[in-house]
Design a protein around this ligand. Sequence first.
Ligand code: HEC
Ligand code: HEC
Length: 447
Amino acid sequence: MRRISMFMCCGMLLLLSACNDATSPANAPPVTTPVTPQSRLSAAAQAGQVMFFDQTLSGSGKMSCATCHDPNSAYGPPNDLAVQLGGTSMTAAGTRAVPSLRYKSVTPPYADLLDNPDGITAPGPGGGFTWDGRVDTLAEQAAIPLLDPNEMANTDKATVVAHIKAGPYADLFRQAFGQQALENVDDAFANAGKALQAFQMEDISFHPNTSKFDLNAGNKIGGAFTPAEERGFRVFVDPNVGNCASCHYNGAGINGSSSLFTDFSIEAIGVPRNMAIPVNGDPTYMDMGVCGPLRKDHQPSAPHAADNFCGRFKSPTLRNVATRTVFFHNGIMHSLEQVIRFYNTRDTRPELWYPTEGGTPKNPPDPDFPTYGLIKTQYVGGQVQKYNDLPAEYIANIDPQMPLDGRPAGSATPMTEQNVTDLICFLKTLNDDYVPGKTPTAPECLK
Ligand code: HEC
Ligand code: HEC
C-alpha cells in the first residue's frame, strides 16, 4: 500500500513552444508536442534522430523505428494491430505489442529484487527494457529491432553500419563518435545504439510532460480536475478499490514532474492468450515473459520445473495510455474500457475473458450478457479455461493484489460502474499535448 499526494511536487514544467524547424524529419512529432531544436541536441542525438526515421536502415528499405514507434501516437504503434508486420518483405508478424517510448529514459536496470519505490512492498523483479526487462539500456535495446528478422531485418551488424556509412548523416556520426567511428563494425554498431539512446534521452518529445495531470500536479492554470477526474484519481490510488497505483505509480518523474505511472515492477496478471498472433497457432508456444522464451536467463531448469519468473511482464507506464488502441504484451485488448473491465471482472466473470470448453452456446444470449468482453458467446455448462496463456504449474505466480485478488466467480466486482467511468476519465488526464480550453473533455468526465 502506498500513500501519494497529487500535489507532491511541481518542479519545472517544460512548456516550450513547438519548434519544428525545416530540417526535421518528415515523420516528425505533431506541432503541439515540444521538440528540442536540433541545434540543442548533442551530435550523437542529432545522428540518432535521423537514424530513428531512416527507412534505409532496414532489410525491406521500408521500415524505421518510427514505423512502429510513431511520434504521432506517443511513440507507440500507429494502428490497432496486436503485433506489427516487418521483415524483408514487410509481411513477417512480430510476437508482442509495441510499447510507447515515452518516459523511458529513467528506467532502472533489471533486477530480480528491485526495490519498490513505495519503500513498503517487498522487493521483486523489476526494471529493464522490453516487456520482460531483458535489456538494461536504450542503447542495447536498439540492437534487437535492427537485427530481428520480423522487424527491421538487417542481415548483420555490418549491413547496418554500411547503411550508416552510405547515409547523409555519416559525417554527423563521425562528429559524434570520432573520425574512425565507422571503421570497426562492432564499435560502430554499438555507437549506433548510443546515438538512438541519446535522441530518446535528450529530445523533449519523448518526455514532454504536457498532460493535464502535469498541469494539475504543478498547480498550473487549466490543470484543475473535473469532479469525475478527481474521483477517478481516488479509484486509482485507493488500495481497496482500483489499487492501480500499487503497480502503476512511482514518486518523482522526469524533470521534476510527478510520476512516470509505473513502478517498474514485473508482475503476472494472467492476460488471456491472443490467437491473433501467428506464433500462437503453435499450442506449445507460450510467451512467459521473464522466464522465456525471448528472455533466456530465467528459464525453468527443466520443462515444468518450478520457476517464480514465469508469466511476468513489466507494468507499463500509463502515461498516454488512453491514446492507444492495443493493450498488454500480446495486444489482446483494443480499448481502455476493455482493459479496465478485465481488471474488474477477470475473477468475477472469467467466462468473458477466457474460452469455455465443452459448453453449449446460448442462443440468443441473456439480454444482459456483456458485450465488452473478449468472448462474445455465452455458454451453458462447460469449463472456463482461466489463465489460458500460462501452464498450470505457474498459475501460482499470478499476483493476488487488488483488484485482481482472486475473488470467487459470481461475487461483487471491486469497482462499481461509476468507478470504471471515473477511472477512465482520470487516465485520460495522462495524455500529453493537453491544451486547456481546447482539448475536449468527454461529457461523462465533466460531471
Ligand atoms: C516492427 C516494429 C518495431 C520496430 C521497427 C522497432 N520496434 Fe522497438 N519495440 C517493438 C516491440 C514489439 C517492442 C517490445 C519488445 C519486447 O517486449 O520484446 C519494442 C520495444 C522497444 C523498446 C523498449 C520499450 C520498453 O517499454 O521497455 C525500445 C526502447 C525500442 N523498442 C526502441 C526501438 C528503436 C530505437 C527502434 C529502431 C532502431 C525500434 N524500437 C524499432 C517494435 C518495434
Ligand atoms: C499487480 C500489479 C498491477 C496492478 C495492481 C494493476 N496493474 Fe495494470 N498492468 C500490470 C502489468 C504487469 C501489466 C502488463 C501485463 C501484460 O501485458 O501481461 C499491466 C498493464 C496495464 C495496461 C495496459 C497498458 C499498455 O500499454 O498495454 C493498462 C491500461 C493498465 N495496466 C491499467 C491498470 C489500471 C487502470 C489498474 C487499476 C484498476 C491497474 N492497471 C492495476 C500490473 C498491474
